[in-house]
Design a protein around this ligand. Structure first.
Ligand SMILES: [Zn+2]
Length: 386
């Protein structure tokens, strides 16, 4: 359910190079040649950050971010003008050169779906994602006045036919087993990866013909949380591609996750398992109420200050629930101020880390100094929620 960020050691290496210089007026298309893990690559794109030691943060035209260490860089060729990301159809042509194992591609608007499932499943995912996108724009731009930017990179989703093929991919890309992670967004590749969930709930050999049948299969109560996850991961992808957040910039996890959960709201009565943004997330609410029974008084402060609370096994789900609840509270009771805070956060440059204290101050600048009072109001709001 988390966003996968870049390997910490690489980030640390690049950040530690005295100071990363943000080239805010970066306006050239560049070509870099570099070698990573014995793999030599020549890529077109844009250099986003150049560290003092010569390390680069580079975005290739397919939307992938590359952290290139000085020792890996063979050459760079800079141009005067920025080069645009591939358009979905251009990316399709690029990807078509590398497809294997029965993979095919669907392109619809900004979405590029790479799949080796039955076509009906890819169509179903496309339908869910188009609906999410409409809802996302409707919510943020139209209802809340957040200045979303047009999505100018392809939104790529990869769907594996079986859980086993997906697990193999996860091990290759992330170096560990997927465990119970049914889908994930990788902010370096900018892709969402998943597998055909119906395989877990249908009789072997049963063909998938249409989306209604898929909704019926995934209406199984055990599938709802999984469908929720694929909405959640695509929300992360949208936030990073529609101008709400910047990849590799300092965005607190409570905010990232709280906003993704705001959109994931499952609907247990709906076969598609998902309806729209901003409904009470009953699963998270139940968890948050349990947490309130033993929630420490400094819980809000520690959540605002440090992402580490989301990684501590035992309390992880409590903290996710708290992040959902807090974002839900802010959007309902402090909407305009929270949107101003979001605008501020959206303008952050990549690879510049702030301190915990700065995080809290930044929050207070937009939402007020008195965290204790805000916390009391938040808890009162949650207790009354139906
Ligand atoms: Zn997440």
């Amino acid at each position: 359910m988390g966003i996968l960020s870049f390997p910490t050691n690489l980030a640390a290496a690049l950040c530690a190079a005295v100071f990363a210089i943000w080239i805010s007026t970066s306006s050239w298309g560049d070509e870099v040649v570099f070698e990573q893990d014995g793999n030599r690559q020549t890529l077109q794109g844009n250099i986003l950050v150049e560290a003092v030691d010569g390390g680069l943060l580079f975005e290739s035209r397919d939307g992938t971010l590359w952290m290139i260490q000085p020792r890996e860089l063979i050459s760079k060729n800079l141009h005067d003008e920025a080069i645009a990301s591939f358009k979905p159809r251009e990316l399709e042509r690029e990807l078509a050169k590398q497809l294997h194992n029965g993979f095919r591609i669907r392109v619809a608007d900004q979405f590029v779906i790479i799949y080796n499932t039955e076509p009906a499943y890819a169509r179903w995912v496309e339908g869910v994602y188009k609906r999410l996108y409409r809802e996302f724009v409707n919510h943020w731009r139209d209802k809340r006045g957040f200045p979303l930017t047009p999505v100018n990179r392809p939104l790529v989703t990869v769907i594996y036919r079986t859980q086993a093929e997906y697990a193999e991919h996860v091990r290759r890309e992330l170096g560990h087993d997927p465990g119970n992670m049914v889908a994930y967004y990788n902010l370096l590749t900018n892709r969402v990866t998943m597998y055909d969930l119906t395989a877990l709930f249908r009789t072997p050999g049963m063909a998938l013909d249409n989306e209604r049948q898929i909704n019926e299969i995934l209406g199984n109560p055990n599938a709802v949380a999984m469908v929720t996850t694929i909405v959640h991961e695509a929300t992360h992808q949208l936030m990073f591609n529609a101008g709400m957040q910047t990849r590799l910039a300092e965005t607190p996890l409570w905010l990232n996750e709280g906003l993704a959960m705001y959109f994931e709201t499952p609907d247990l009565n709906n076969a598609a398992g998902w309806r729209s943004a901003g409904k009470v997330n009953l699963v998270r609410l139940a968890r948050l109420r349990q947490y309130l029974a033993h929630r420490p008084p400094d819980s809000l402060r520690t959540m605002l200050a440090d992402d580490a609370v989301f990684r501590e096994g035992e309390q992880m789900l409590d903290r996710y629930a708290e992040a959902w609840g807090f974002c839900y509270f802010l959007l309902n009771r402090r909407g305009p101020a929270f949107v101003e805070y979001l605008k501020h956060m959206s303008s952050k440059a990549p690879l510049l880390a702030g301190t915990s204290e700065e995080r809290i101050q930044e929050f207070q600048t937009f939402l007020g100094d008195d965290l204790e009072k805000l916390d009391a109001e938040f808890i009162d709001f949650i207790r009354r929620l139906r």
